[in-house]
Ligand binder design. Structure first.
Ligand code: FEO
Ligand code: CA
Ligand code: CA
Ligand code: CA
Length: 593
């Protein structure tokens, strides 16, 4: 029947074939609809979207640009409603403004871009008939946080000399969050948001630490430094230290100030996903998305309080301020067999052991030659000093709610094995790695606070006909091709869903599901593809619907708002708009059963 297909429970659908169609393609028997688009008003008083007359004021009350991470939280007492939280990673001015002159942005354009960054909170309503979701405009929980909203720095580095600026001599209050890529949802009902490529907003970097974090020595592409001197490192050397953190937001309290958690370290945070220890302490897994950068975890010293009482909520908002930050070191068990081609080692698996190297606990540094404050603010340098394992761009991470095993998307690394760079190792086994891999990590004794773990590669991505691919040992003639895994999520049955960014196989990015247990472990199936130029983000797999954020549709070299490369989502002659999409079964039944 339509909508069915063989596969593990939750993955019984007919796979979508690779394609380059300028649309969202879903399996037979499934339908899709846009939940919310860039520019749709969500706050009281916000005007309807008018791309030809966009203003910063309007944008500050509207859904932001380039949606990435998504979270859906329950909303008690309001039937059929949930709270959607979205990251707005970055702006693409050339696609947002007709006639945009990259050399001479106007103040209004820059301020629109500030307002289009950040986070959105918007209540969504389920529809009776199908899996559609629609925004509830002007709901009191709806909220926009932008590049100019107030954020609080908390934890051991807050208030320190490295975080003080002329505008904030106390070093505790930052304006804005930038480049929020993926994130996480905590068991205590808050959301986490990784500030990723914050370096691109800062001009005139000069120090060694600026260099290690990728802050360039000249002007920035967006030229914000012309409009606010805090984006000029020469004038405000510490402002960039106030970005690159994990942000925690309480979506249930629209008056709360979101916090940047310094205890979780500063790097290009892709994502942050917690898991609780047996005694209730959160452990947060985090990747630094840079070629040859590291994978981390934070172990809180405090236990989560259950329930939603005011006391519990206040206590739980302190969990991520006290604990120990660790970085991962991975050792392969077949080093003699790793030749950089991706050929399986003689023991049949890319696998080995690992340990967590402590970097700092509160005010105590575990890294020789660095203070604790330096460890938190310049975490990459701490990882360098302790000899952490250089990974192929750690992107999103997700612990399995069923098995506790942690899945890390390592998206690609074209520089692996290049002159002067690290060569292949068992966890990153291909030189010139175009397609990426997914690591599966099992903590010793299944204790997330453990200091050691076992690991293996679950997937080595690419065209299954390419011998340098691996799908957990599943027959490769039965799987979909996949390239550049970025975001990962679990469905209610324990299957891993993977979205991609930057497909190197000549077709569009998409979303895939794969069983992680049982005899179908490794059977990877493509569930959807996205329009021209887009990456697939923020997947959420619920029983009755799948949500994806379609980020940067139409982002193709040479495309502009005047000469778009995509007509999505509204057809010819309409501006391209990053949007959130819901996918559901036409017959109203559950996804993939
Ligand atoms: Fe924003 Fe690492 O993807
Ligand atoms: Ca091995
Ligand atoms: Ca990402
Ligand atoms: Ca990405």
């Amino acid at each position: 029947t339509a909508g069915r297909g063989a596969g593990a429970k939750g993955l019984r659908f007919t796979p979508v074939a690779p394609n380059t169609d300028d649309r969202v393609t879903v399996p037979d028997g499934y339908a899709q609809s846009v939940v919310i688009r860039w520019g749709e008003p969500i706050l009281r008083g916000a005007p309807a979207f008018d791309p030809d007359k966009q203003t910063a004021r309007a944008q500050a009350g509207q859904f932001g640009y380039n949606n990435d991470f998504l979270s859906l939280l329950p909303l008690r007492g309001e039937h059929g409603r949930q709270v959607l939280v979205a990251n707005h990673e970055y702006t693409d001015e050339v696609l947002m403004f007709k006639g945009y002159d990259p050399e001479n942005p106007t103040r209004e354009q820059v301020e629109v871009a500030w307002a289009a960054h950040g986070l959105s909170v918007v209540v969504v309503q389920e529809q009776h008939r199908d899996g559609r979701l629609t925004p509830v405009t002007r709901h009191p929980l709806n909220r926009r946080l932008t590049a100019t909203s107030e954020f609080q720095l908390t934890g051991p580095a807050a208030g320190g000399a490295l975080l003080r600026t002329g505008a904030d001599p106390a070093g505790r209050t930052v304006l804005g969050t930038l480049n929020n890529c993926a994130g996480g949802t905590t068991p205590w009902g808050t959301t986490l948001h990784g500030e990723e490529n914050f370096n691109q907003y800062f001009a005139n970097g000069s120090s060694a630490t600026d260099k290690r974090y990728g802050i360039g020595s000249g002007a920035t592409e967006r030229k914000w430094e012309r409009f606010d001197k805090r984006f000029d490192v020469k004038q405000e050397p510490n402002e960039s230290h106030r970005f690159g953190w994990v942000v925690e937001l309480d979506p249930y309290d629209p008056d709360s100030t979101p916090r940047k958690r310094t205890a979780l370290g500063r790097f290009k945070h892709e994502a942050a996903q917690p898991r609780l220890t047996a005694d209730g302490r959160p452990v947060v897994y985090m990747g630094d998305d840079e070629r040859f950068d590291y994978f981390y975890k934070f172990v809180s010293s405090k236990r989560m309080m259950k329930g939603t009482s005011r006391k519990a909520r206040e206590h739980n908002l302190t969990l991520l301020d006290e604990g120990t930050l660790y970085v991962a070191k991975l050792t392969g068990d077949s080093p003699q067999d790793i030749d950089g081609t991706g050929k399986l080692p003689s023991d049949g698996e890319f696998d080995g052991s690992g340990h967590w190297i402590p970097l700092a606990t509160g005010d105590v540094s575990h890294v020789p030659g660095m203070t604790a404050e330096e460890v938190y603010v310049f975490t990459r340098l701490a990882g360098d000093k302790v000899g952490a394992t250089k990974m192929d761009r750690p992107e999103d991470v997700e612990p399995s709610p069923r098995t506790g095993r942690v899945y890390v998307a390592l998206t690609n690394n074209k520089d692996r094995g290049a002159a002067g760079k690290a060569g292949a190792d068992e966890a990153n086994p291909r030189n010139n790695n175009k397609h990426g891999q997914i690591l599966e990590l099992a903590e010793h004794w299944d204790d997330p606070a453990s200091d050691g773990f076992a690991w293996r590669l679950f997937l080595v991505a690419g065209d299954p006909e390419d011998p340098a691919t691996y799908f957990a040992g599943y027959p490769k003639e039965k799987v979909s091709p996949i390239s550049c895994p970025d975001n990962v999520a679990f469905d209610p049955y324990g299957n891993l869903w993977i979205s991609t960014d930057g497909n190197q196989l000549g077709s569009h990015d998409g979303l895939f599901g794969v069983a992680t247990q049982g005899e179908r472990r490794g059977e990877l199936k493509q569930f959807l593809t996205v329009p021209t130029g887009a990456e697939t983000c923020g997947p959420i797999i619920q029983q009755r619907r799948v949500l994806v954020a379609v980020q940067h549709p139409g982002e193709v070299d040479g495309a502009t708002a005047d000469k778009p490369a995509s007509q999505w989502p509204d057809g010819p002659g309409r501006i391209v708009r990053p949007s959130v999409v819901a996918v559901y079964r036409k017959d109203g039944r559950d996804i993939g059963v």
